[in-house]
Design a protein around this ligand. Structure first.
Ligand SMILES: NC(=O)c1ccc[n+]([C@@H]2O[C@H](COP(=O)([O-])OP(=O)(O)OC[C@H]3O[C@@H](n4cnc5c(N)ncnc54)[C@H](O)[C@@H]3O)[C@@H](O)[C@H]2O)c1
Length: 251
């Protein structure tokens, strides 16, 4: 059977890399678009994928990379928009934040996703087949201090997912979104894992990239063939709100 062709942006990172490995193991042809040259080559050769150094904020660079993929593999069946992140070390209260940082965050998260989607969907439309999974964030649902730009860009991805699903359903293209809460990297183990899990989840642990990859894999598969335009929150229930206390008598 013909191999499915998957492009994963940010595939050199934690969630993207884990998802890329999952797809490669299940026999798909995986292509990673990532700006980190060293990591993209390392991950691609480890999992048997094709690694391409692509800055997804540059639409021309993205279209050239997509053309190269289609010339080599003939099609793109699945796009996973996983590249992104907050301002990290440059994070500040919005009132003090530099406009340059705000633009960078929105560029990477929102325009990165839109650029890749815009460059790939014409080929999906002409084949009347395709699946897109966008990685947003639970920050888009509730907001968080220091991440106004990030939350805004991730919220826009949820909205774009819905509009795209409406436009592309007639072409047999499904578009869904995933909103992870805190995802625990193996290298970032907290001093008190129980307290950390209590803070970030209503389950007794913090998600790993594998938990997110399970959901992405499902949404990209034919098992999700009737699902489009949806946003899936994967945060151990954290976005439900206050935990409450059954022993309290004052509320
Ligand atoms: N880790 C979490 O707790 C968490 C929670 C919610 C949502 N998310 C989202 O999940 C996605 C993956 O996060 P992660 O934790 O794996 O982060 P990560 O930093 O490990 O991976 C992100 C990848 O994106 C790549 N990238 C950044 N800018 C790029 C650009 N301009 N062009 C191409 N590639 C670029 C990076 O090089 C990196 O490999 C992100 O969209 C993030 O916002 C993460």
């Amino acid at each position: 059977m013909e191999k499915e062709v998957v492009i994963i942006t940010g595939g050199a990172g934690y969630i993207g890399g884990t998802t890329a490995e999952r797809f490669a193991r299940s026999g798909k042809q995986v292509i990673i678009f990532d700006i980190n040259r060293e990591r993209v080559e390392e991950v691609a050769s480890r999992i048997g994928a094709k690694g391409m150094v692509v800055n997804i904020t540059d639409y021309r660079e993205v279209t050239a990379a997509v053309e190269q993929v289609i010339a080599e593999f003939g099609k793109v069946d699945i796009l996973v928009n996983a590249a992104g992140g907050s301002a990290r070390s440059r994070m500040k209260r919005f009132a003090d934040q530099d406009m340059e940082v705000i633009r960078d965050v929105i560029d990477m998260n929102l325009y990165g996703c839109l650029n890749c989607t815009r460059a790939i969907i014409p080929s999906m439309i002409s084949r009347k087949s395709g699946v897109i999974v966008n990685i947003s964030s639970a920050v888009a649902l509730g907001g968080i201090a220091g991440c106004v730009d990030y939350g805004a860009s991730k919220g826009a991805i949820i909205a774009a997912t819905k509009g795209l699903a409406i436009e592309l359903g007639q072409d047999n293209i499904r578009v869904n979104c995933v909103c992870p809460g805190k995802v625990q990297r193996p290298a970032e183990q907290p001093a008190d894992p129980h307290a950390f899990a209590y803070k970030h989840s209503y389950l007794n642990y913090i998600a790993t990239a594998d938990d997110v990859a399970d959901l992405v894999e499902f949404l990209a598969s034919s098992k999700a063939r009737y699902i489009t335009g949806q946003n899936y929150v994967i945060d151990g229930g954290r976005s439900l709100g206050l935990r409450g206390d059954v022993n309290r008598t004052d509320s």
